[in-house]
Design a protein around this ligand. Structure first.
Ligand code: FES
Length: 147
């Protein structure tokens, strides 16, 4: 470990905490909470809609929706994107879950950015990708079911 610049004897938890603080510096409390405990990660066993959307940065978000009586009864996502993408998709899916399709369709990147009290310029597109993927999943459900 000494050759990696990590001194012997230093508490691993303290190092991890310092690393985490450095990564999250400048982000809001809402962002930090969502980043540390993201929701709805993983595919659904039974989905009524599935989409895979790649954003301008080349990162991809997959999303699964289950719909019951016009409401999103369950939702899951996976991504190969950055931490901000995971965090934004977590918020988007958490907000959409339980909502009627129409209301969930109205969740925008601006809503995500507002909830996180802003995002760095280079991560605003992550919010857009998360919201866009939800909208695409709803569009697909509607076009396939006519509902
Ligand atoms: Fe590409 Fe976040 S979605 S950097």
């Amino acid at each position: 470990m000494a050759e990696l610049g990590i001194p012997y004897g230093q508490d691993a938890d303290k190092i991890a905490q310092e690393l985490q603080d450095a990564i999250l510096e400048g982000y809001s409390e809402n962002f930090k909470k969502e980043f540390l405990r993201p929701s709805n990660i993983g595919p659904l066993e039974r989905a009524d809609s599935y989409v895979r959307i790649t954003g301008p940065c080349g990162d991809t978000v997959e999303m699964w929706l289950a719909v019951e009586r016009g409401k999103i009864s369950d939702i899951g996502f996976m991504t190969d994107g950055c931490g901000a993408t995971i965090t934004c998709a977590s918020y988007v899916t958490r907000t959409a879950k339980g909502k009627p399709l129409e209301a969930a369709y109205g969740i925008t990147a601006e809503d995500v950015i507002a909830y996180f009290e802003g995002l760095p310029e280079e991560h605003k597109h992550c919010a857009k990708l998360a919201a866009m993927t939800l909208a695409a999943a709803i569009d697909k459900y509607r076009s396939e079911t006519g509902k």
